[in-house]
Design a protein around this ligand. Structure first.
Ligand SMILES: [Mg+2]
Length: 361
């Protein structure tokens, strides 16, 4: 048997406590409850992938994701990791209805393939931008909590603050004012996670402008499906309107671009898988859209994979890969290329994604 043939696959839970609940307008994570997928080649090389479960956003559950990963593992046995593209096409079909599982399975496959080649996943995707600095998210909560958090993170070296909004407008104004007070002059991104109507979103942005706060990008102000609302806002707002929940598939992106509904797209591997994420990148670049690389609540493993994708391909305007900073201990090791102030130094990764479970299991 060739040493690159896949001969083992396994799935286990990947759990971690969070320093603070990750609360957005559509729900909250009180802990990380993901799944770890491992592939092994006949020569003993391993690759790891993470499936990030965000039930309140995608409807996907961990139980179903783990079952689907087990089945995907069985389907991959006997395939040659050298034909990773053929294997990815197979996974795209089998796991289309469970994108977290799709992203996790493709991640393990690409980690294995790039480790077998002795190159980093960043280099595998093109090696264009070696350093990426992530923003840090200010979750929904009190203005006092936002003030403390922003002060602490600014002191640590974070310089871009992505503020979640959409719970209560007055509370959101107070939280954004707190962020500005704690980090004057620092860029702010806004993410409402579908909370507003288009008119409410415009009203909220006007209210912020009266307070002297102008976000650099406004992410998913309206509900998924409201393309007209996105287009209306794109015509009226000075900053790019970014689709996240509305851009869940290649079809979605194709439609949004044809309608000129957005000025930016948030690419998440967990929404699209790697193949379609790359196609979205291609389409968006061709049309001159701005790009954000984002994630769900993901450990260093999936975050580093997303960073390798974004830094490898290049051309990303907004990097939102900060959830490792919310996690206490995932049990994963190797992410020393991610600094305490949110910089991914991707040229320091020797092979694959560069993150693996403690003890290699
Ligand atoms: Mg978002």
């Amino acid at each position: 048997m060739k040493s690159s043939v896949i001969n083992k696959a396994s799935v286990r839970k990947l759990d971690a406590e969070l320093f603070t609940p990750f609360t957005i307008s559509s729900g909250s994570h009180s802990s990380m409850t993901n799944a770890l997928f491992t592939l092994q080649s006949a020569g003993g090389e391993k690759g790891w992938g993470e499936a990030a479960i965000a039930t309140h956003i995608t409807g996907e559950t961990r139980a179903a994701t783990m079952r689907n990963l087990e089945r995907a593992g069985e389907a991959l046995l006997g395939l040659d990791a050298a034909d990773y593209l053929g294997a990815m096409c197979l996974l795209e079909k089998r796991l289309d209805g469970n994108r977290a599982a799709l992203a996790g399975a493709e991640m393990a496959l690409l980690d294995l393939a790039s480790r077998l080649q002795g190159v980093s996943l960043w280099r595998f995707f093109g090696g264009r931008q070696a350093r990426l600095k992530t923003d840090i998210t200010v979750v929904i909560g009190s203005a006092d909590a936002a003030l403390d958090f922003t002060r602490k993170m600014r002191a640590r070296g974070f310089r871009i603050f992505k503020v979640k909004t959409g719970s209560d407008m007055d509370e959101d104004f107070r939280r954004l004012e707190a962020v500005r007070k704690a980090a004057p002059g620092c860029p702010v991104y806004l993410d409402a996670n579908c909370a507003y109507t288009a008119a409410q979103a415009e009203g909220f942005l006007k209210g912020l402008a009266r307070r002297g706060i102008v976000p650099e990008v406004v992410e998913q102000p309206v509900r998924k499906g409201d393309d007209d609302g996105l287009a209306w806002l794109s015509r009226r707002l000075p900053m790019p309107v970014c689709a996240d929940e509305s851009a869940y598939s290649l079809d979605d992106v194709f439609r949004l671009l044809r309608k000129k509904a957005v000025g930016a797209l948030n690419i998440k591997l967990t929404k699209l898988g790697f193949l379609r994420a790359r196609e979205v990148w291609t389409l968006a670049r061709a049309k001159g859209l701005k790009l954000m690389m984002g994630e769900m609540v993901e450990s260093e493993l999936a975050s580093a994979a997303a960073a390798a994708f974004a830094g490898g391909l290049g051309g990303f305007d907004f990097i939102d890969l900060d959830t490792p900073f919310f996690i206490k201990d995932s049990g994963l090791r190797g992410a020393s290329f991610l600094s305490r102030n949110g910089v991914y130094s991707l040229d320091r990764v020797k092979a694959g994604i560069g993150v693996s479970p403690a003890g290699g299991r």
